[in-house]
Design a protein around this ligand. Structure first.
Ligand code: ASP
Ligand code: MG
Length: 420
């Protein structure tokens, strides 16, 4: 059986016209077994994060925020369907659960509360869209991803139990898929063995699609996006960005590792392991080719540019007379690991060690305080990290321009600059 897995992100379901467009894309694949993975509508996840903040800090604001969310979903539904009554009942049911949840006091485990509340974004969007599609002739089975995507209890970053998930996904989906049907489910969310909701990290719906494809040995995954495919640079920064047609998994992994934000970094490994190609296609132009990540050779050697803002450059100097050798380095790495500080670039000399990292606020501050017990710490903030894959002197010149370079590093395929 050749199952396709489609993933539609928030932008592709942000309002009624977007959802109608999703519907017209699904009609193009009407006789194929299909799994459709959907994110929360538009900026709903951000909105639910606000609800959560209010829940902790300003509980009196919660009811009005929930009502705003309800009206927004109801508004979209009414635009889509002349007779929305039955779908409205399903949505109202979810809102009742959400209100009940929010009427309890916070558990004081913020990450746990986050997942129980923020997971409603995807439950709402899929309930709305599933109901709409059923009424306009795209029969589909709505599936609660919390029941099939099994994670541990690492809230906000649930770790997948692959064996249980595979079993549950197959048991829940194969009956529908074997009849050529459509299964519709949520991205981003999963559940523990105790039936608690978990989430997989922001932008995690891509990863959900990969998990499901892996479990089903799917033929392919397609991520429908508001761009024509995978580009060699962010078009908002580089007006001459070009589409990459065919990208090997390894190259795509490198690009996401360095911060290309187009695909969630955890998405690719499960697909690569099973040789499942990942298509990135434009939801505005579903007929056009898009890009594919697969087992192949890179189709061009055009440079790819990844720019990360809001970086911090730390330079550490031992306070004693020691060199920056393995003892110091292992001490530093242990502290970085303890505070989950990610290294985006690093370099050492006899007497110093520098790293470029994301500014993760408080966690970084605490880590620096700890480091200062042993090292003199200098830092530059904010800086920008520019990474170029398949670099050329012209590409470096174009990306760096007149900016001041604080640190640079070159390997055969990659060049990186920390600049201000
Ligand atoms: N709705 C979630 C988020 O905005 C997951 C996703 O869109 O992939 O992060
Ligand atoms: Mg999204």
């Amino acid at each position: 059986m050749n199952v396709k897995v489609f993933k539609f992100g928030g932008a592709s379901v942000k309002d009624a016209p977007a959802i109608e467009n999703l519907c017209s894309i699904l009609r193009r694949y009407s006789d194929e077994p299909l799994v459709v993975v959907i994110s929360a509508m538009g900026k709903t996840t951000n909105f639910l994060e606000r609800v959560l903040t209010a829940y902790y800090e300003n509980p009196s604001e919660v009811p009005a925020l929930v009502e705003e969310l309800r009206q927004q979903h109801e508004g979209v539904l009414r635009q889509l369907l002349p007779d929305p009554a039955s779908v409205l009942i399903s949505l109202e049911n979810l809102f009742q659960q959400l209100r009940a949840r929010l009427s309890m006091s916070p558990s004081q485990n913020y990450d746990y509360d986050y997942d129980q509340i923020v997971s409603f974004g995807e439950l709402l969007s899929t309930t709305l869209i599933s109901g709409y599609l059923n009424q306009v002739g795209i029969a589909n089975t709505w599936l609660d991803a919390r029941r099939v995507v099994r994670t541990d209890a690492t809230f906000r970053e649930g770790r997948i139990d692959w064996d249980v998930t595979t079993q549950q996904v197959r048991a829940a989906m194969l009956p529908t898929l074997q009849e050529g049907g459509v299964v519709l489910t949520q991205g981003f969310i999963g559940g523990t063995a105790e039936n608690l909701a978990t989430t997989l990290g922001r932008e995690g719906s891509d990863f959900s699609a990969a998990i499901i494809a892996h479990a089903l040995d799917a033929e392919s995954v397609t991520i429908w996006k508001d761009v024509p495919g995978l580009l060699n640079a962010d078009p908002k920064r580089f007006s001459d960005a070009v589409k990459l047609d065919r990208i090997p998994y390894e190259e795509a992994l490198e690009l996401t590792f360095y911060g290309a934000s187009i695909i969630h970094p955890k998405t690719l490994k499960p697909l690569q392991n099973k040789h499942i190609p990942l298509y990135v296609k434009s939801f505005a132009h579903p007929e056009s080719e898009g890009s594919v990540i697969t087992n192949c050779r890179l189709s061009t050697d055009v440079p790819s540019y990844i720019v990360k803002d809001n970086q911090v450059l730390l330079t550490l100097f031992p306070k004693d007379f020691s060199f920056m050798g393995v003892d110091n380095l292992s001490n530093i790495f242990a502290m970085l690991a303890q505070y989950r500080i990610k290294i985006n670039m690093m370099q050492n000399s006899a007497l110093s060690f520098s790293i470029c990292t994301d500014n993760v606020g408080n966690r970084l501050k605490k880590c620096i305080a700890e480091l200062r017990k042993f090292y003199k710490v200098k830092y530059n903030d904010p800086v920008q990290l520019i990474t170029i894959r398949h670099h050329t002197p012209e590409a470096a010149e174009k990306a760096v321009g007149t900016k001041k370079v604080l640190m640079r590093q070159t390997s055969r395929a990659t060049i990186q600059f920390v600049v201000i």
